[in-house]
Design a protein around this ligand. Structure first.
Ligand code: NAD
Ligand code: MG
Length: 397
């Protein structure tokens, strides 16, 4: 029986994780669930799963939850704020931590789980992008197991394991002895092939309606700008110890092939599945084995119309900016992530246009100073400075 904490249980990944776990109640016990403000969904989850701990980042919501749970599930301990998140990520009795909070808010508990040597199922890519080397060092120094949840990276891990390679996530130059290149596929989002003119008028409702995946709002916008793919390129370099020019992006609107690994012997192996996040979640939970997951399997008729397009330089500005940040090194990805978070938040509030997002991030990368220091305090300071800079910049738009 494995004990699991789910950080961000009310989100799209959190709900899918609980779905997979409910099929394996004999293998997993939900030790802790966490949420921010979604009281209704969280209350139902607490009543259904009866975790030992329930954490709400928002203190007012935590008080309301306590009141409501008194009758229905009096044994659940309610915690609040970042301290509460950190506490359940580090609990000694916890084996697995699903890191599914969106954005930089997930950094401290996810890092805490790594420090405590847990199996970290990493969906919260922003936490990894903003803390890069610090995060990977923490994983390696504390013998944590880092399993990617992003479908592309999870697909790569499946390919590597199926090819008989050892698990060595985060070890620089380990996989690059065998792997020449990896390719991440991208659906291209809802605005693939839109002209600049057409893009300048897109609305929030259009941007959060992804053609293939049902996801939280922030990652949906990131998918529409292709910053999500940019983050995934950074993620891939960190996970698999590769150089930026070893990671390629291929537009594949059907989202059936998730990633391709090209080996030095001339073989390229790909991973295919329906676009359903329960598949990578199940693999991360079962790794190195596989569980039975009774969901719709991939039918051969899906192969009739699979298409792939090379990404042209300049086609996706946010993707180019992510490559730029990766090549700038130091804490440039921290600046990339923080300015993107603020820009996306303001776009969702209808304060800026969709096409303003890359313009803002480009400026932040240019004007916020990059630092060599990769300590946690330096990362948090840089994150904060970038947020202030970006907010001021947006006021002037
Ligand atoms: P979501 O918006 O649906 O859910 C986010 C979760 O984080 C919620 O439970 C929310 O309560 C919690 N949260 C938000 N702000 C918080 C805060 N300040 N403090 C504490 N908790 C907070 O997002 P999602 O689509 O589930 O994505 C979660 C993460 O997984 C993101 O980093 C995303 O990039 C990544 N991811 C998602 C998908 C997907 O298919 N949805 C795929 C790959 C990776
Ligand atoms: Mg992905």
């Amino acid at each position: 029986m494995k004990e699991i904490t789910i950080l961000g249980s009310t989100g799209s990944i959190g709900v899918n994780t609980l779905d997979v776990i409910s099929r394996h109640r004999d293998k997993f016990n939900v030790k802790a669930l966490t949420a921010n403000t979604n009281l209704d969904v969280f209350l139902d989850q607490c009543i259904q799963y009866k975790p030992e701990y329930a954490v709400m980042a928002d203190e007012d919501c935590a008080s309301k939850l306590e009141e409501k749970l008194k009758k229905e599930a009096p044994d659940v301990s309610i915690l609040a704020g970042t301290d509460g998140l950190l506490q359940v990520a580090e609990l000694e009795t916890v084996d697995y931590v699903m890191a599914a909070i969106v954005g930089a808010a997930g950094l401290l508990p996810t890092l805490g789980a790594a420090k405590a040597g847990k199996r970290v199922l990493l969906a919260n890519k922003e936490a990894l992008v903003m803390s890069g080397k610090l995060f990977m060092d923490t994983v390696l120094q504390n013998n944590a197991e880092l399993i990617p949840i992003d479908s592309e990276h999870n697909a790569i891990l499946q390919i590597l394991m199926s090819s008989g390679l050892e698990y060595n996530i985060g070890v620089k130059n380990f996989y690059s002895k065998t792997i020449k290149r990896i390719t991440l596929t991208a659906s291209g989002g809802p605005f693939l092939n839109y002209s600049h003119n057409k893009l300048s008028n897109v609305r929030v409702t259009q941007a959060i309606k992804h053609p293939n995946w049902k996801m939280g709002k922030k990652i949906s916008v990131d998918s529409a700008t292709m910053m999500n793919k940019g983050f995934e390129v950074i993620e891939a370099c960190l996970f698999f110890g590769l150089k930026p020019d070893q990671v390629k992006v291929l537009v594949h609107p059907q989202s059936i092939v998730h990633a391709l690994v090209s080996f030095y012997d001339g073989s390229t192996i790909s991973h295919m599945s329906n676009h359903d996040m329960r598949i990578p979640i199940s693999y991360a939970l079962s790794w190195p084995g596989r569980y039975k997951l009774n969901i719709k399997s991939l039918n051969n008729d899906k192969f009739n119309n699979l298409t792939f397009f090379e990404v042209k330089k300049g086609q996706f500005k946010c993707l180019d900016l992510a490559f730029k940040a990766l090549k700038m090194g130091f804490n440039a990805p921290t600046i990339l992530n923080a300015s993107n978070e603020i820009a996306v938040e303001k776009f969702l509030e209808n304060k800026i246009k969709f096409i303003d997002i890359p313009v803002i991030i480009r400026k932040a990368l240019k004007y916020v100073p990059t630092k060599k220091n990769s300590s946690l305090s330096s990362i948090l300071a840089s994150d904060e400075l970038t947020r202030e800079y970006t907010r001021e910049l947006i006021k002037k738009i």
